[in-house]
Design a protein around this ligand. Sequence first.
Ligand code: ZN
Length: 164
Amino acid sequence: MTAFDDVLSANLEYASQFGGSGLTGRAGRGLAVVTCMDSRIDPLGLLGLKPGDAKILRNAGARVTDDVLRTLVLAVYLLGVERVLIMPHTDCGMAKVTDSQVHDLTFGKGVDTRSLDFQTVPDQGAALRHDLTRVRTSPFLPQGMPVGGAIYDVLTGRLVRVDL
Ligand code: ZN
């Protein structure tokens, strides 16, 4: 008995009907999506995609961190990505707290996280514009590559264009 029995047994079922062995690691539709780790988001489903179509990069708040940029560079030059969609969402936990509130919360549990930059999002629109600019102006990515921003509404399932 492990903490993962449920997912291990589900995987046996999944593998018994697996049909994805013909896919490669390239993004079949040339798309990368940067989105949040929020468990309500089904990036493939909400964008009409299937496995093999796109690179999905997820973190808290859908932020363009150094590691997201590193991954995008690899995705573009090695894995067929030709366009990037940055997709934060409504009701995001990262937009409801500040870094200092998170530090206080963890400190209350005996952990000092002040050396971590959580990149919380006090202004979601400003954060998205900042992150779009960061990708668009990266010297490591092709100039003129389509880079768009939209916010996913977790209540309606709709994608709201911000900068597409
Ligand atoms: Zn979120």
